[in-house]
Design a protein. Structure first.
Ligand code: HPA
Length: 279
């Protein structure tokens, strides 16, 4: 764990590199695309200006073990300059909480003040079905360690940030409208992050439902905490790719998650575009 000065200098180095590469492109929104949702940047809604591989960015956590292919995509949606992360950094890959949120903090130094978090998630709420989208109204972080652990970076935010309203309330209306337009029912709920990489047991899912979770996944919450700490406005959407463990007879597989995320691509793209244009 770096101290605040060391970590801030890594964040700044990353931000300076990205700024230099981006030139005239000054993003106002950061959008993190979840598992199977990365193809959004190839959709007709996005006019790509630049791509920057994670591997060339100083301070960017890159897995040499898995040959992790990830990149920033700088693109316009309408007139909005958006910094996309195609490929997310996960805790389960072995990165520290600080490393996972470093790119979000770097984006903040670049001038970004809005964050769209997307993910693939398991449905814990029994009224959900695969292919549904869930607007994240709140989260449960209690199963992962905090991204704010360690010396506080005072230049980013306060030591003990309030978490009463992490997710933008006004964006719920935009989301409802976008989902209705694709003929689906707008769902909303509480997202719970586990460290992963294993899926949950049926007993864990029963516990999570009792705790008030509607969806479960292996990302997003520690990102939202760091972003909220740094004062970003946050909008989060989960793509429910499967019912969580024990709800249906079948076992869970990453292939199933990817398959449903792929199938949801078109609907996801329409929702994303509306969210970006109205954020
Ligand atoms: N559990 C955890 N993470 C997930 C799931 C799940 O069921 N589906 C997609 N990501």
């Amino acid at each position: 764990m770096n101290n605040a000065i060391q970590e801030y200098s890594l964040i700044k180095e990353m931000a300076d590199y990205l700024k230099e590469k981006a030139g005239d492109f000054v993003p106002s929104v950061l959008a993190i695309l979840g598992s199977g949702l990365g193809n959004y940047v190839k959709s007709e809604s996005v006019r790509i200006a630049e791509e920057i591989a994670y591997s060339e960015i100083p301070g960017m956590p890159v897995s040499t073990v898995h040959g992790h292919a990830g990149k920033f995509v700088l693109g316009y949606v309408g007139e909005i300059p958006v910094l996309f992360m195609q490929g997310r950094i996960h805790l389960y890959e072995g990165y520290s909480e600080q490393e996972v949120v470093r790119p979000i903090r770097a984006a903040k130094l670049m001038g970004v003040n809005k964050l769209i978090l997307t993910n693939a998630a398991g449905g814990v709420n029994l009224s959900f079905k695969p292919g549904d989208f869930m607007f994240i109204t709140d989260h449960i972080s209690s199963f992962v360690s905090s991204s704010l652990r360690g010396e506080n970076i005072d230049r980013l935010g306060t030591r003990f940030p309030d978490m009463t309203e992490v997710y933008s309330v006004r964006m719920k209306e935009v989301y409802d409208k976008a989902v209705s337009q694709i003929g689906a029912e707008p769902k909303m709920g509480v997202y719970l992050q586990t460290p992963g990489p294993q899926y949950e047991t049926p007993a864990e899912i029963r516990m999570m439902r009792n705790l008030g979770a509607d969806a479960v996944g292996m990302s997003t919450v520690i990102e939202a905490i760091a972003a909220h700490h740094a004062g970003l406005e946050i909008c989060g959407v989960s793509c429910i790719t499967n019912m969580a463990a024990g709800i249906l007879k079948q076992k869970l597989s990453h292939n199933e998650v990817r398959e449903i995320a792929d199938k949801s691509e078109k609907n996801f793209s329409r929702i994303m575009t509306e969210l970006i244009l109205n954020f």
